[in-house]
Ligand binder design. Structure first.
Ligand code: PBG
Length: 311
């Protein structure tokens, strides 16, 4: 009877798996703060992605950890960079897997900020417009390698418009943009910065990411990104921002994705390891809440487990 009147169903196809490919290693390196998540060398990345796809996960979100970092993030838009190599290898090994690339500069910057940064008395000033140019270059380089979707996560102003123009100019009219449109400056990103090696060396990201207190601003950010040409939008973090997901979906009706971020995942894993929470039940309830709030798809580190449980 309950299933007859159920409003929200989960399917393996609802989930997108984030993966971390590292140029620096030859064996997987597990990340302590994210049980079950590892930095992967290229060969293991392919194995993991193929396995996830065979379990019903339709898409992966790819992050890269380069050997070389500098103050212009040059490895981010190098056609032979680690992300570009990984995209080519993933599409060759598994053509029907949708490869989404995270477009950001933080993993490629020696200082860990998401754009070109000028430091003054320990304060980081990120320079918006020169950063946007590099982000657009990075997106084109990902598309050239074969990325199905590019997903800018930097939160610079005007980057969606610049990226759309650059992609079109390079002939990638059909490459959609999934914008991290409402991305909040969040303490829940901690474990991610361990795995992606992208913690800022000084300062924080409040100059470009949003204030947790602002819901109306999130709608303005989404509206700007849609005007500039975003095809899909993402809200991040997830559970603490269900109201934002709901308002974005109600207001715009566009494909709306949620990111169940590293800190949310780590809390659940830690409590489950203590025997304090039932991991499977909590994850399924969490994902149901995202879908009920209006999220069409969810980026989650638990995508493979969820796909298996729901098969
Ligand atoms: C990079 C980026 C971050 C996340 C995704 N892309 C971290 C940050 O902004 O510091 C966080 C994802 C997670 O916590 O799972 N800009």
């Amino acid at each position: 009877m309950r299933s007859l009147v159920r409003e929200t169903e989960l399917h393996p196809g609802d989930f997108i798996l984030p993966l971390f490919v590292s140029e620096k290693i030859s064996l997987p390196v597990p990340v302590a703060s994210m049980p079950g998540v590892s930095q992967l060398p290229l060969a293991d990345l392919i194995k993991e992605a193929v396995a996830a796809h065979s379990e019903g996960v339709p898409a992966v979100l790819l992050f890269g950890i380069p050997t070389h970092k500098d103050e212009e993030a040059s490895s981010a838009y190098d056609d032979n960079g680690i992300v570009q190599q990984a995209v080519r290898a993933l599409k060759a090994a598994c053509p029907s897997l949708i490869v989404i690339t995270d477009v950001c500069l933080c993993e490629f910057m020696s200082h860990g900020h998401c754009g070109i940064t000028h430091f003054e008395n320990q304060t980081a000033h990120v320079l918006n417009d020169p950063s946007v140019a590099l982000l657009a270059r990075t997106a084109v380089s990902h598309a050239r390698a074969g990325a199905d979707i590019v997903a800018p996560s930097d939160m610079m102003d005007g980057r969606i418009g610049a990226m759309r123009a650059a992609l079109d100019l390079a002939g990638f009219h059909d490459t959609p943009i999934l914008s991290y449109a409402a991305k909040f400056a969040s303490a829940f990103y901690g474990p991610f910065r361990d795995v992606a090696e992208s913690a800022p060396s000084a300062g924080d990201r409040r100059g470009y990411q949003m204030d947790a207190a602002n819901g109306n601003e999130a709608l303005r950010e989404v509206s700007l990104d849609l005007e500039e040409g975003a095809d899909m939008v993402l809200v991040k973090p997830g559970l603490p921002y269900l109201d934002i997901i709901h308002r974005v979906k109600e207001r715009f009706g566009v494909p709306t994705f949620a990111y169940h971020v590293s800190g949310e995942f780590a809390m659940l894993k830690a409590a489950a390891a203590q025997g304090w929470l039932d991991e499977k039940a909590c994850l399924l309830e969490t994902m149901t809440a995202f879908r009920r709030a209006g999220a069409d798809r969810i980026v989650t580190y638990a995508a493979r487990d969820l796909a298996r449980w729901l098969a």
